[in-house]
Design a protein around this ligand. Structure first.
Ligand SMILES: Cc1cc2nc3c(=O)[nH]c(=O)nc-3n(C[C@H](O)[C@H](O)[C@H](O)COP(=O)(O)OP(=O)(O)OC[C@H]3O[C@@H](n4cnc5c(N)ncnc54)[C@H](O)[C@@H]3O)c2cc1C
Length: 482
């Protein structure tokens, strides 16, 4: 009886659709619930951004096999698409495949998931009971279905971090929402009129922020009045370039290098050690009360772009027994591999159903959301996650545990790289890539060190307090094993 129920997949993004493809291939029945009106709803929101991984990393293997049964033309493996091209050339054809299309409901926002008839406190009978997923359709009508398992691939795009350095919105931030954008607004396209000729404060130092800054500088070429103020929470820019030329994804390294060039050429105003304290209206614009390197200073701008990362929406999982790392908000077995306080290679060892299981049987958080607040997720990681979970749900435990993953390295391997402190980037490839599966290590260097009887490379120390103070010389997380 329970076995005949469908498996709910929350979200029709790259990883949710890949999950559906793997389930179908295994003879299981997905029920994909997508809040947006079409597949790739989140990816469409950043459709103007060119990603940094080439197609070869962006297409799931089961999805490729499914699409191979149609007249779909595979994109060039080495080409690097925009988000819009990922939607047009991959996600839309996949979602339209006759094996998936009838299984996807659009305008279906999942609002809650629970054990059918059992509240969170009740243990007896829990393992045998199905799950119940609730969603609201575009007209506001509530629906519910009993399902055998839930694969939550709802991403993090719709839960951006606010401007405050403490993770909270600063006073006045919400009230100024009409002049503040989150993520990567299309400043040269759909939102051009808002930004051309404006004074724009960009807050954040990751790839999203760099994308926005570079787009604004390109806009400045056409509308010279455009002024860019770039606020970094960290004290300096030494690691801003990320892996640069050492990055195995050249497009990702190039982003950082271009940002460094813009700074060196003085094409923008850089505010380091920045912490916004309050936002208030000033005429048609905004006045931001802030501290920069501890010194009070206000900036007057027309608009703000907050690109400070994303966090998972855990609200609809509230009635389930979910175990999450308190820092990263990722499954505890995954967290040490991706916690930017401990390890920032951008590599992660292969992982699947074992690492992604929760105390609540049959519930898995995958894709971007599985990384919680950590910033280094790649689609290829999610594809291997859902392959493993689909195998488990089909009863193929052996395939579920045989996890394989080859990820490009960022070229950055530094415990301080993402921690807000100034440090020179480490030597190229210091971590040697992700550790082999089944080994308690975060990277190859760490695994080698442990096999030799050492404590490890140092980058995976369990307590953030154990991370040594950053040096001004080029020391990487793996320096301890060298
Ligand atoms: C600008 C940018 C560039 C990136 N570049 C790369 C890259 O080069 N290479 C790479 O591998 N990765 C890249 N990533 C990271 C990551 O791979 C992508 O974000 C990817 O889209 C994650 O896929 P996902 O399916 O996990 O989540 P998403 O693509 O975010 O999809 C989640 C889906 O769930 C839906 N949803 C959310 N909440 C609900 C709900 N309650 N009910 C129903 N549906 C819901 C959303 O509408 C969305 O369609 C990039 C990310 C960003 C933002």
């Amino acid at each position: 009886m329970v076995e005949e129920l469908p498996i709910a997949v929350v979200g029709a993004g790259p990883v949710g659709l890949a999950a559906a493809a793997h389930l179908v291939e295994r003879g299981l029945t997905p029920l994909v619930l997508e809040r947006g009106p079409a597949a790739g709803h989140a990816v469409r929101a950043w459709g103007h951004v060119r990603v940094f991984s080439p197609w070869t990393y962006n297409i799931d293997a089961a999805a490729r096999r499914l699409l191979g049964t149609t007249d779909w033309t595979a994109p060039d493996d080495d080409a690097i698409p925009t988000g819009g091209e990922i939607v047009d050339r991959y996600l839309e054809p996949l979602a339209a495949h006759p094996a998936l299309a009838p299984r996807i409901r659009y305008g279906a926002e999942v609002t809650a998931i629970a054990r059918d008839g059992l509240d969170k406190l009740t243990t007896a009978g829990r393992d045998a009971a199905p799950l119940r997923v609730r969603w609201r359709d575009a007209e506001g009508t509530e629906h519910a279905a009993r399902v055998r398992a839930v694969i939550d691939a709802s991403g993090t795009w719709f839960a951006p971090n606010p401007m405050g350095a403490d993770g909270l919105p600063v006073p006045g931030e919400r009230a100024a929402a009409d002049r503040i954008a989150y993520g990567i607004p299309d400043v040269r396209g759909a939102a051009r009129n808002d930004y051309a000729g404006a004074r724009v404060l960009v807050v954040g130092s990751g790839h999203s922020a760099i994308n926005v800054v570079l787009d604004l500088l390109a806009l400045q070429q056409e509308a010279p009045e455009t002024r860019v103020l770039w606020a970094l929470r960290r004290d300096g820019v030494a690691t801003l370039a990320g892996g640069g030329l050492n990055d195995a994804l050249p497009a990702r390294g190039a982003l950082g290098l271009a940002a460094r060039r813009a700074i060196d050429e003085g094409r923008l105003d850089l505010l380091t050690g920045f912490a916004a304290e309050r936002v208030e209206r000033e005429g048609a614009g905004l006045r931001v009360h802030a501290r920069s390197r501890g010194t009070p200073g206000d900036v007057s701008v027309d608009r703000i772009v907050v690109a400070t990362g994303f966090r998972p929406d855990l609200g609809f999982l509230r009635e389930l027994r979910i175990a999450l790392d308190p820092v990263v908000e990722a499954p505890p077995a995954l967290a040490p591999l991706i916690d930017p306080n401990l390890h920032s290679c951008g590599t992660v060892r292969p992982h699947g159903v074992v690492e992604l299981s929760h105390p609540e049987p049959g519930v898995y958080i995958v894709g971007m959301k599985s990384y919680g607040r950590a910033p280094t997720f790649l689609m290829a990681t999610g594809y291997e996650q859902v392959r493993s979970i689909a195998a488990e749900l089909a009863g193929d435990r052996e395939a579920a545990r045989a996890v394989h993953l080859v990820l490009p390295e960022t070229g950055v391997c530094s415990t301080a790289a993402l921690s807000g402190t100034e440090e020179a980037p480490a030597a190229a490839g210091c971590c040697g890539g992700p550790a082999p599966a089944g080994v308690d290590a975060c990277c190859v260097r760490d695994a080698d060190a442990k096999a030799a009887g050492e404590a490890g490379c140092g980058c995976g120390d369990p307590a953030p307090a154990a991370v040594p103070a950053p040096a001004k010389t080029a020391t990487g997380c793996c320096a301890g094993a060298a």
